[in-house]
Design a protein around this ligand. Structure first.
Ligand SMILES: NC(=[NH2+])NCCC[C@H](N)C(=O)O
Length: 410
C-alpha cells in the first residue's frame, strides 16, 4: 500500500504532511488547579479561550498548507458509534479511571451513557466532578478514598499533545503504554479509534500495543527514513520498550535500524522531540544541553542480529551516526537558541527545539522562540510561526501537538 490507499503512511519526519490528528483543548484545561497541576504534568494553568484561539490558528496554518486536519475527539466519537463497542469502551474507561464495579462505577456508566457520543467523549476528556452525580448509596471506595478529591474521573489536560499516546511508523502504529497515570487513559481512546473507526479498522498493523509494563511515548519516536527510527531513552521511554518495538518492526516491516539516544530524565526534556527534531534531509535541531563538550551524546544503533535477537552498538558521535544511517556526507545540527547559555534553555523550555516539519526544510514553530526561529531561517529553513502564549504552558510545541498520519514519501 502507499500513501494513496493506506490510512496511515509515515516514512519520515519531513515528507510533505498530508493528514494530521490534533485535539482542540477543551474544558479539561479548566479542571487544572494549583494542587493538581504538577501531577497532571502542567506548570501553569492556561487561559482556555486564548489557548483555543491559538490552537485554531495552528490548525488553520496547517490547513492553509493543504494538510487535512482530523480531530482526535471527533474520531473517538465516531469510533464508538456502535452500541456494543460503546458499552465496552465505557466499561474499560471507567475501570481504568479506578472503578471496576460498585455504586460509583454504575453511576458513572449510567451518567456517561445518557450522553450522545461526542458529549460523552468530551466529558471523559474533561473529567467528571464529584458533585456532578448523586450517588444515593455510596460504596466504600467513595466514602473511604475520594473525600478530598473533587473528581470522580480525572481530567485529561494533556490530550492536546496528540503526539504522545501513539506514533505512526510506516503503515502501522504504536499504541503507547504511557508513563504517568495522568496520561494513561489517552491511549485507550487511540485503541478504539484504530480498532473501530471505519477509516482505520482492520487496516493498520499495531507494532506495539498498550498492554505492556514498560513504557514508550510518541514524543520519543522519530521516523528518520523508510527504514531508520530514532527513539529517545528518556523519562518516558524505556530501553526495554525500544528493544521490544524493534523486535516487532524488524520482523514485520521495512524498519531495520533504531538509533536509541539517551537524554536527561527530567521534565524540561521529557521526550527526545523536546531536544532533537529532524527538519530536512540533512538538517536537525538540537538542544546543546544534551551534548557534551565534544558535541557527543550516548547512543546505540539497534539492529536485528542472528536468531531473532536484537544487537546494539554503542556510539557517541551522533553526527557520524546520522551520516551513516541516513547515508549523507554532511549533517547540519542547528542549536536551539543559537547555543547561548541563557537563550538556549529559555527557548527550549518553551519548545524552541520542538519543530513540526511539514515538508523538507519547512517547519511550524512557536513565535516566542525568536532567536531559534531566526537561526532556522539563516540555515535556509522556511518557518511558519504560530501563537504560543497559553498553549506553551503545558510544555509542548507544534510537534507535540500533532500526530502525522499520512506523509508523502521523500
Ligand atoms: N511530544 C512531547 N514533547 N510532548 C509534550 C507533552 C507535555 C505534557 N505536559 C507531558 O508532560 O506529557
Amino acid at each position: 500500500m502507499n500513501e494513496m490507499t493506506s490510512p496511515i503512511h509515515v516514512t519520515s519526519e519531513i515528507g510533505k504532511l498530508k493528514t494530521v490528528m490534533l485535539h482542540r483543548p477543551g474544558r479539561e484545561i479548566e479542571n487544572l488547579t494549583p494542587d493538581s497541576m504538577e501531577r497532571l504534568l502542567f506548570d501553569d494553568i492556561p487561559y482556555l479561550p486564548i489557548a483555543q484561539e491559538e490552537h485554531d490558528f495552528f490548525a488553520q496554518t496547517l490547513r492553509d498548507q493543504d494538510i487535512e486536519v482530523l480531530y482526535f475527539e471527533k474520531l473517538a466519537a465516531e469510533a464508538i458509534a456502535d452500541d456494543d463497542v460503546c458499552k465496552e469502551f465505557l466499561q474499560r474507561m471507567v475501570a481504568e479511571s479506578g472503578y471496576v464495579a460498585g455504586a460509583t462505577h454504575d453511576a458513572l456508566v449510567e451518567y456517561l451513557s445518557s450522553m450522545d457520543r461526542q458529549t460523552m467523549i468530551d466529558k471523559i476528556i474533561e473529567g467528571v466532578r464529584s458533585n456532578e452525580i448523586d450517588i444515593a448509596r455510596p460504596d466504600l471506595q467513595l466514602v473511604a478514598e475520594n473525600q478530598d478529591w473533587p473528581f470522580l474521573m480525572d481530567p485529561m489536560p494533556n490530550a492536546y499533545f496528540t503526539r504522545d499516546p501513539q506514533a505512526a511508523i510506516g503503515e502501522g502504529i504504536s499504541i503507547n503504554r504511557m508513563t504517568f497515570p495522568a496520561r494513561q487513559r489517552e491511549s485507550l481512546i487511540t485503541e478504539y479509534i484504530i480498532n473501530h473507526h471505519p477509516r482505520f479498522a482492520g487496516q493498520v498493523p499495531v507494532w506495539r500495543s498498550r498492554n505492556h509494563e514498560t513504557h514508550i511515548e510518541g514524543g520519543d519516536e522519530l521516523v528518520l527514513s523508510d527504514h531508520v527510527l530514532a527513539i529517545g531513552i528518556s523519562e518516558r521511554t524505556t530501553a526495554d520498550a525500544i528493544e521490544d518495538i524493534g523486535r516487532h518492526l524488524f520482523k514485520n516491516s521495512d524498519y531495520d535500524t533504531i538509533v536509541a539516544i539517551s537524554i536527561p530524565h527530567n521534565h524540561a526534556m521529557m521526550h527526545l522531540d523536546t531536544v532533537f527534531t529532524m527538519i530536512n534531509h540533512d538538517q536537525f535541531t538540537v538542544h546543546p544541553a544534551i551534548l557534551d563538550e565534544n558535541g557527543h551524546v550516548d547512543n546505540w544503533i539497534v539492529r536485528l542480529g542472528d536468531n531473532g535477537k536484537t544487537t546494539f552498538e554503542h556510539h557517541t558521535d551522533i553526527k557520524e551516526v546520522l551520516k551513516t544511517v541516513l547515508n549523507k556526507s554532511e549533517i547540519d545540527l542547528i542549536p536551539t537558541g543559537n547555543g547561548d547559555p541563557i537563550v538556549a534553555p529559555r527557548e527550549q523550555w518553551n519548545d524552541g527545539s520542538n519543530t513540526l516539519t511539514i515538508a523538507p526544510g519547512e517547519v511550524v514553530t512557536y513565535n516566542r522562540n525568536y532567536v531559534s526561529n531566526e537561526l532556522l531561517r539563516e540555515h535556509g529553513i522556511l518557518v511558519h510561526e504560530v501563537r504560543s502564549s497559553e498553549l506553551s504552558r503545558g510544555r509542548g510545541g507544534p510537534r507535540c501537538m500533532s500526530c502525522p498520519l499520512v506523509r508523502e514519501d521523500i
